[in-house]
Design a protein around this ligand. Sequence first.
Ligand code: HEM
Length: 254
Amino acid sequence: MPGLWGHAAAVTKRGLAALIITIVAGAVLVEPYLSLNPEQSRIEVSGSLPYTVLVVHIFTAAVALVLGPLQFLAGVRARRRLHRAAGRTYLLGGVLPAAVTAVPVALWSGRLLTQVSLSTAAMLWVVTAVLAYRSARSRDFAGHRAWMMRNYALTLLALTARALVPIFLLVQVASGGAGLSGTASSGAEPAALARDLIPVGQTAAWIINLIVAEILIRRFHRGAGSGRPRDRATSARSARSSGSGPADVRRGER
Ligand code: HEM
């Protein structure tokens, strides 16, 4: 069935591309912190405790960033032990410590929008992780997939925020006046403008990511419920390889 194999190959290619992008982006984000020298920090830190907490946040968040795309690869999902081990490492070695450390890091930023917005994102990161874990334990694989997509959308805020800030900066400079940061920008230095726009980019990033995740989840559910031959074949193949029965196929694919 060339159609089915073509679809599987396209999904695998997309998954591998996502993995490579996150490894490269993660390396760029983590690099200044590998020396463990506070002077290399991209954000201001006052003292060794805030720096240590920031470094723990960055290293553990990088674990989540890189392990996430692996979990969406059909080949990894079909190997249940590998999927479970990577999933536990993603949650316990990545999301949970990164979220717990994100809250003080947000509070120390001294910027109200960063404090409120990223503490909220950190809490949602934990809540979606717990719900993803619970749905997997109760073998609700459709629910598990949806919660993991929401959770990984939050993980990706680190990349989206860093892409949005330069875009917002361009918009603000092009409009030449008070803009997205709510401050009068005409005549201001680009560096000062970028600093003002960081909290806006951080906030827009996780909201946009969650909206995109909802659209993808709905599209996936529509596809799974349409009963098209390709969807039935994919569900059946997934169920066979994961050892789950027809009831699991009805409840959704992992
Ligand atoms: C829900 C997910 C996340 C939350 C809530 C969060 C929260 C935060 C907060 C509050 C800061 C301080 C920002 C500031 O002072 O302006 C920060 C910095 C940072 N975070 Fe995260 N973060 C998340 C995900 C990630 C991920 C997945 C990575 C990937 C490695 C990451 C890497 C970093 C880095 C490198 C910094 C230091 C700033 C820089 O060097 O650009 N974060 N994070």
